[in-house]
Design a protein. Structure first.
Length: 347
């Protein structure tokens, strides 16, 4: 889901359902420098709910209808461009398609029922157990007569914290498993982080040092629930005196899906080709292109674990990551992970 978490202009009022994004007067006077988000949408018509709510998520083909009680909806959000705390309440049924997003979105139900992805995962919500939306791809949801709590986290802050805590580097994807069983201790820490955020929202708003600190703490709590599966940067590149080698490694992670040569890797690090090759061999025990192969294998594995085995094909995924010869690819994959790629896909 892609929320409009960066906007803070006042929206026009409507007759019937109301939908406002409330200005913070301090923003207009220049006393705050953070983008404050405050949203409220209220109504009692299914068509209005579709129009209002789908707009927050760039939704497509949304539909809503009444169930056994009069239709009503209420949607609210508060926070800033890094994190918003949201709540969606609907007496009725709603369904829609959501495109891939740059945000990480955790949600849980305190009432009602819902299936976040009815086409691929088909996993229903359970009580008030958090579940991460599969925002790395398109999905279609269905919810009915529900009260939903939602937390939107920006990709920027999550990836910064992931690099600080897990040394992931500047990667395009962290490889989070949105259906992984959650550690109860991690969930408790997550809830505690949200309670502290809510308290600071009431006391000081989003333009305080404490809010900034708590947002990053919440991002860490999120990553404790959903730890990155991408391989952390090798410890050998983390020393300050090896900053150029780290730059080369991060360049590989950041552009792993693009064609790449040793000379381009060397250029990103400010080294000669020979110095780059020697640094990789000395500190990582492999050539730059062997390291690139390893990272691409990781991307294949992540995609295989997330793919629908009834529709996905190993060869298609392997080719997408630059592996043309299926036999050699399968052998390299088995050496790296102890199983053939087809076995990973069937999990």
């Amino acid at each position: 889901m892609q929320g409009r978490s960066g906007q803070h202009e006042r929206m026009s009022e409507r007759i019937g359902p109301t939908m406002t994004m409330i200005d913070d007067p301090r923003e207009r006077t220049g006393l705050t420098h953070r983008s404050t988000v405050r949203i409220e949408a209220i109504g009692d018509a299914p068509d209005a709910a579709v129009l209002d709510l789908s707009g927050y998520y760039a939704g497509r083909q949304w539909a809503a209808r009444a169930t056994e009680q009069p239709f009503r909806y209420r949607y609210s959000a508060v926070g800033d461009s890094d994190l918003t705390l949201r709540r969606a309440q609907i007496d009725g049924f709603i369904r829609g398609a959501i495109p891939a997003s740059d945000e990480y979105i955790v949600q849980w139900l305190t009432a009602g029922q819902g299936v976040p992805d009815v086409l691929q995962d088909r996993v229903p919500m359970t009580g008030d157990v958090p579940m991460l939306f599969p925002t790395c791809r398109d999905f279609v949801f269905e919810y009915q007569d529900y009260d939903q709590r939602v937390v939107h986290l920006s990709r920027r802050v999550v990836h910064e914290v992931a690099d600080e805590q897990f040394h992931t580097g500047q990667v395009a994807e962290l490889g989070l498993d949105h259906l992984r069983p959650l550690d109860p201790v991690a969930v408790a820490n997550w809830r505690n982080s949200l309670a502290l955020l809510s308290r600071e929202l009431r006391a000081g708003g989003v333009d305080t040092l404490l809010w900034h600190t708590l947002v990053r703490g919440t991002a860490l709590a999120f990553l404790r629930m959903y730890p990155p599966t991408v391989t952390a940067l090798p410890p050998a590149v983390l020393l300050p005196r090896r900053a150029r080698l780290r730059a080369a490694v991060e360049f590989i992670h950041e552009r792993v899906a693009e064609p790449m040569s040793v000379s381009e890797i060397a250029g990103a690090a400010g080294l000669s080709v020979r110095a780059t090759q020697e640094a990789f061999q000395r500190h990582l025990g492999m050539t730059p292109m062997q390291y690139l192969l390893q990272v691409r294998l990781e991307q294949v594995r992540r995609e295989l674990l997330q793919a629908d085995p009834t529709t996905a094909a190993v060869q298609t995924i392997a080719r997408r990551w630059g592996f043309a010869h299926l036999g050699r690819f399968s052998a390299a994959y088995r050496t790296a992970y102890g199983e053939y790629p087809r076995n990973t896909l069937r999990r």
